[in-house]
Design a protein around this ligand. Structure first.
Ligand code: NDP
Length: 320
């Protein structure tokens, strides 16, 4: 009988991390995760007895080394981050510290153990930043023109992955995920915020007004369950050191996402623009070319965006 693989997920308490843990458990992988003492664990409600959790912080190199040396995982999925673009304007250095220094701590910890671990790092389409109309769908070779401290942090993490592979031959797979969403998506993100507000209006918990930010931006949305399937394929089939876009290749304007969610509800709502939800410089259009990743792994997105939004709205209906 082949030995069960062990996977360590940083960011297991988060949105994508919790979905990835569920997938890996279904695939009979032994799942480990790290969390901080104050981490919220409600995303792991259904799996808390099936995963093994250790306490560690990206900003504490020693804690990472201890956990990795103890578990000796085959795979590390590095999803932990300050993941919200908007917050990176409010506290840029905190974002840079967690996402860059934290990743360097992780790589150094793995290097010190000298174990042949395959590490997937969750880089982001935000790294492309300012994209010209003739550059979509965006290939991995597109220039990176980051437009937020978050994007800079992810770009640096991405290139740290490249450098540690080149310098130390570490098995680091760099995935540039485009937007992904679905149940448990953080309420600070546009589509999740809309869905939550609609669910609250349905229950009479707020006045019938949906507050919105930039409705003109276009985003390439993958269902989170398709995204984590892509992450798992990446550690099995992708080339270390290489970078791969994970995207559907189609875009939704945020305004259309809002209209879609409203059409799924019976309530009548007013839409109100909120200046606090606007960014100093926004990325207008992100559509990914996924052909490199599809060729390498055979991955295809399976869940339609309408279904993703329905599941997100139902998630909030159960949770407000
Ligand atoms: P979430 O914000 O939901 O989760 C972030 C996770 O990181 C949480 O588990 C959080 O733990 C953990 N974390 C934050 N700081 C630290 C730290 N100092 N030490 C240890 N853990 C920490 O993010 P998502 O699930 O949405 O995203 C996962 C990854 O994918 C992120 O790296 C994000 O940047 C990237 N990504 C996401 C995209 C998306 O559309 N969702 C698009 C492209 C990339 P705690 O519970 O303790 O706060």
């Amino acid at each position: 009988m082949t030995k069960k693989k062990k996977a360590l997920i940083t960011g297991i308490t988060g949105f994508a991390g919790s979905h990835l843990a569920e997938l890996l458990l279904r695939e009979s992988v032994d799942v480990y995760g790290i969390q901080r003492w104050r981490s919220k664990t409600e995303n792991m409600e259904d799996i808390k007895d099936k995963v093994k959790i250790e306490e560690a912080d990206l900003l504490d190199a020693h804690s990472l080394y201890s956990v990795i040396d103890k578990i000796k995982p085959d795979y590390i999925f590095h999803l932990a981050a300050q993941s919200f673009v908007q917050s990176s304007w409010a506290s840029p250095t905190q974002t840079l510290e967690v996402n860059i220094i934290g990743t360097a701590h992780l790589f150094e910890a793995v290097r010190k153990t000298d174990l042949p671990i395959t590490i997937q790092i969750a880089c982001s389409s935000e790294e492309y930043g300012k994209v010209l109309p003739n550059e979509v769908p965006i290939k991995e070779t597109n220039p990176l023109r980051p437009l937020s401290p978050y994007a800079v942090s992810k770009l640096a993490m991405d290139y740290l992955g490249y450098q540690y592979h080149e310098s130390y031959n570490m098995n680091i797979i760099r995935t540039r995920g485009f937007n992904h969403t679905g149940p448990r998506r953080g309420e600070v993100f546009a589509e999740s915020s809309f869905a939550k507000q609609i669910a609250e209006i349905e229950k009479g918990k707020r006045e019938p007004v949906v507050h919105v930010g930039n409705l003109e931006a276009q985003r390439d949305y993958t269902d989170v369950r398709d995204m984590v399937r892509a992450y798992y394929l990446s550690v099995q089939k992708c080339e270390p050191g290489e970078v791969y876009n994970i995207a559907t290749g189609t875009a939704w304007r945020i305004n259309d996402v809002l209209k879609l969610l409203i059409s799924m509800s019976k309530v009548k709502v007013e839409i109100k623009s909120d200046p606090a939800r606007m960014r100093p410089s926004d990325v207008e259009i992100l559509i990914g070319n996924n052909s490199k990743f599809v060729k390498q792994t055979g991955w295809q997105p399976e869940i339609r965006f309408e279904k993703t939004m329905e599941d997100l709205l139902n998630y909030w209906r159960e949770n407000v």
